[in-house]
Design a binder for this molecule. Structure first.
Ligand code: NAP
Length: 348
């Protein structure tokens, strides 16, 4: 059986990776329809050897679609996802619009696929950093219980979308020619960033998304607790998150300090992580073997390592994980959800 698939936000970075992953997984597509803004309407995108014309989302013509992967802003998703559902499609939404709605499942298939049974047309995918973190936390939670998480994330530039990537690459190309400025001896001569709060090249800053006036926690940092609680069915889980933007193009990394309910040895924790689907343990730091975003970019598994007990806390354990924010943090997860919803067996 083949399906009529739509991608909303097809011209963005999520759209691009979604198209790739559909091909890689030999997703049974009968027709493919691509949606973006008026600006892109009429352009063509090539997929599996054919040109596909981009349609304006605003036209609202969603008839005949079986499933839409929606990768636009949350405000556009709020407007258009219900209209797609009314037209008969299931929508997998990658924005933050519906993640915490009680009647919308928020799903990472390895963790809570059963929640899909309750969908009423819309399924949400998690925030890209939460996705990487929850993959590392879930097996430990299932085996030992996790009560608290302190997360420091090192978030890639591509989390800011296509325009963020372009600004980072342009700024980096200018900055790399200014060796004296990068050494701190002169000021850096690059345009004021429009996509980031500070120059993204050769820099990092503890701000992803926004801080409301007077608030000490960013909107990005707020997401992790609510989303993790929902996916892990752990309503009392406490999460303290610090989100840092780093000059890495693809691949989000998290350093997680956990408090477990039951004590776990380093080996027990490694075994629980290694047995979990979609995780790959890399943990021999003395041979330079540990997760890095460059190694995680372009692959489906989330990499996890640096598994350590925290000796001065009761049942404390820390881990370090890197995952592709555009794959497990986004397009891959959405397509895994689509396969489950449509009952598609993965073909080799
Ligand atoms: N990037 C990540 O790592 C990541 C991970 C998880 C979730 N997400 C979420 O996925 C969504 C997309 O993110 P992205 O990084 O792929 O963004 P992006 O690269 O900036 O792409 C945005 C897409 O939205 C379209 N769009 C913008 N304004 C529109 C309008 N008025 N009407 C219709 N379409 C419009 C753009 O079309 P045009 O080309 O026509 O402008 C483009 O296709 C966001 O909600 C984001 O939070 C992103």
């Amino acid at each position: 059986m083949k399906y009529n698939i739509g991608i909303s936000g097809a011209t963005g970075v999520t759209g691009e990776v979604t198209l790739r992953v559909l091909t890689e997984r030999k997703f049974p597509v009968r027709t493919l329809r691509l949606f973006a803004s008026e600006r892109s309407a009429g352009q063509t995108l090539r997929w599996n050897g054919d040109d596909h014309v981009v349609e304006a989302l605003d036209d609202g013509n969603f008839k005949g679609l079986d499933l839409v992967i929606s990768a636009t802003s949350a405000s556009l998703a709020r407007e258009f996802a219900p209209r797609m559902v009314d037209a008969g499609a299931i929508v997998i939404d990658q924005s933050s619009a519906f993640r915490l709605d009680s009647d919308v499942p928020l799903v990472v298939p390895e963790i809570n696929a059963a929640a899909l049974a309750e969908h009423r047309g819309i399924v949400a995918g998690p925030n890209c950093t939460t996705a990487v973190a929850v993959m590392a936390v879930a097996p430990l939670h299932q085996r030992f219980g996790v009560e608290t998480v302190i997360s420091s994330s090192y978030q890639a530039i591509s989390g800011k979308g296509r325009d963020g990537m372009a600004e980072f690459l342009d700024t980096s190309a200018l900055a790399v020619r200014q060796g004296e400025a990068l050494r701190g001896h002169e000021s850096l001569d690059v345009p004021t960033p429009t996509q980031f709060p500070h120059v993204p090249a050769f820099n990092l800053f503890p701000q992803c998304e926004e801080f409301r006036v007077g608030e000490d926690t960013s909107t990005e940092e707020e997401k992790m607790q609510g989303e993790m609680r929902k996916m892990l069915s752990a309503p009392s889980l406490d999460v303290h998150a610090t989100a840092v933007r780093v000059p890495v193009l693809v691949g989000h990394t998290v350093s997680l300090a956990l408090t477990l309910t039951r004590a776990a040895s380093q080996d027990d924790a490694r075994q629980a992580l290694a047995a979990f689907p979609g995780l790959r343990v890399l943990d021999e730091p003395w041979t330079k073997t540990y997760p890095t975003p460059l190694a995680a970019a372009g692959i489906d598994d989330v990499l996890v390592g640096r598994v350590r007990r925290i000796p001065f806390t009761k049942n404390g354990l820390s881990v370090f994980a890197s995952g592709d924010n555009l794959r497990k943090g986004n397009a891959l997860n959405a397509i895994q959800v689509a396969e489950l919803l449509l009952g598609i067996e993965r073909r080799a």
